[in-house]
Design a protein around this ligand. Sequence first.
Ligand code: SF4
Length: 474
Amino acid sequence: MISLGCAKNLVDAEIMLGSVLQRGMEITSRAEDADVLVVNTCAFIDSAKEESIEAILEAHQQRGLNKRPDQKLIVSGCMSQRFARELHNELPEVDAFIGLDQVSELGAIVEKILGKRPTLNAEHSTSNSNGSMLDVGRSAFDVHSGNGDFDLAFAETRPTYIPDYDTPRFRLTPAHSAYVKIAEGCNHPCSFCVIPQMRGKHRSRNPESVLAEIRALVGEGVREINLISQDTTYYGMDLWEAKAGPRQPVDSTRGPTLVSLLREIQQIEGEFWVRLLYTHPAHWSDELIETIAECDKVARYIDIPLQHIDESMLGRMRRETSRAHIEDLIHKLRAGMPGVTLRTTFIVGFPGETDVEFETLLDFIRRSRFERLGIFKYSQEEGSRAARMPGQVPAKIKNSRYREAMAMQQSIALDLASEKIGSELKLLVDQPHIARSEADAPDVDARVVLSEPAPVGEFIWRTVKGSRGYDLLA
Ligand code: SF4
């Protein structure tokens, strides 16, 4: 399994591996030993698609080099979901493409593709109450006597799948840290984004399912729960009786919400922290801020992609938020959760972005002093509204805006890191000499380098002695 892209895709990879284990197969880390290779692709922006194609071609090449002509190659993930038909024609070396609704069926699909009878294990684990085998269901393909006759039915439909707490899963993250997908899909209309076309409408898991999963993870000794989805703040609102609009603030009087979920998570026994990733500025409410402030298990860390601040740009991006709303919200987040770490992302070079609009963004970055910040160069995504907009910005300008914004953030981040010297921090140890504070999400943020080794997977307290670039030394 080669999984590319974001944590949401990684959870899909974990579910796929869970389904093959459930059917009695084994997972190997040596590609040359495998009967089947899976490349779980990303199609977020062009560079991600290129990386995915390279990974597929390399996997195919390796199977030739390893003299394993019978080894099968399966492609899954966002790129497969979105471009299955095109890829099917252009990459005949791939044995099957599977869609996002099939992740829990990989085991059954592998059996079909290898022409194997289901294993004894599988009969036990997936038989229904009548004792007969469950169907592969909406499988991506139908292999007719090995002639590779694909029925890419999923390629025409938006996915609807959402995992449950008892969905078999083989975690790919370190034992002490886990991602929990609380919802899938997105209802927002951002003009640069094609994710809703790939991942479908927003659909939340029910709170009991999420809580059962978190309880089990904490029971296994997981110390960090990262809640993910495309829009974590919209969690639960699709389950309300009355429809919640795209700017609906989190309001627990109307039905399940992130607020009620966090309050329940706070009640779970054990030492752990829970982190919110991918929140949307349109849905934040005073109630949500107050709840996080009250719940000491919720990390003082907010990931809130803003994408721009100029009023006209926000409108063209169809972000459903105004400059005034965002500025007021940042003020409230900092005032309501003292010491909070804010992570955001901005896009530079969106169609029509003028020098003045870019300067407005730079000024906002300078004044807001975000603790964590990522800059994306706008990528013209086929099928998005923005791709058809006039005023596409030349690559040279995008690059120079990117460099300018990053340089500004770098000096802010270095200052903020040196301000931490002398403070005492609670850290979660990832490796004997590497840890993270609650201000650092896995994979994307800074690290704390430890002078003395510490037990992996445990919380420790250390005093910050210095900083090195974005990292702290303790
Ligand atoms: S909120 Fe906007 S950027 Fe994020 S996934 Fe939804 S449409 Fe895309």
